[in-house]
Design a protein around this ligand. Sequence first.
Ligand SMILES: C[S@@+](CC[C@H](N)C(=O)[O-])C[C@H]1O[C@@H](n2cnc3c(N)ncnc32)[C@H](O)[C@@H]1O
Length: 211
Amino acid sequence: MSRTAVSAERGHRVFAWFYARTSAAAENGPLGEYRRSLVRQAAGVTVDIGSGVGHNLPHLPAAVTQVHLVEPDPHMRSRLEARMDDAMRLHAVGAESLPIDDGSVDTVISTLTMCSVDDVDAVAGELHRVLRPGGKLLVMEHVRSIDGRIARRQQRLDRLWPAFSGGCHIDRDTGSALGHAGFDTAALRRVELPGTPAVTREFVLGAMERR
Ligand SMILES: C[S@@+](CC[C@H](N)C(=O)[O-])C[C@H]1O[C@@H](n2cnc3c(N)ncnc32)[C@H](O)[C@@H]1O
């Protein structure tokens, strides 16, 4: 029997294939290091939004008791399901509307996902809603540059970029959206990913406590 809670039919077949084939290599470099240092802070009931092909799963520590995977793309889900175990439940929905009770979650993980969601503000609000006070939001997201020249290039490129990258946007100010939803963004670091084009090099990274 499938462990998928709801079914949804939209997705990017070619991007899912491409991401599964190419993204594993990046996990051996600085991106993988950022990811490991972040995901190992998860504990208790944990929600991973935009789980993709499951790159966060090997890094979940023993302190995690239950995992909700949120993935609306059926082509990603078919790959993700192969990596799931019995403590994991897969929700075939967008993170704009999570089928999870208010304040019932200890940790939310968002890695390389806020760039791809339909509505960043709605997702930020949902993450705040499902986390209990004192719960943690673990974030690793590429964002709009603080260098105005690069930001303008991101804005121009973003007219076409999503069409070739599974809906990923390169000019999002994810840190501000999380701040508006009520998260204390002081704990977010801005880091650069070496060896990456300038338009996808700047990240926000860190663990924020839900107030
Ligand atoms: C670049 S992949 C990142 C996957 C994974 N989080 C990682 O770190 O490798 C972006 C993922 O976000 C998913 N996604 C797109 N729209 C979404 C939404 N509205 N809610 C949740 N996830 C979404 C995509 O299907 C895709 O799996």
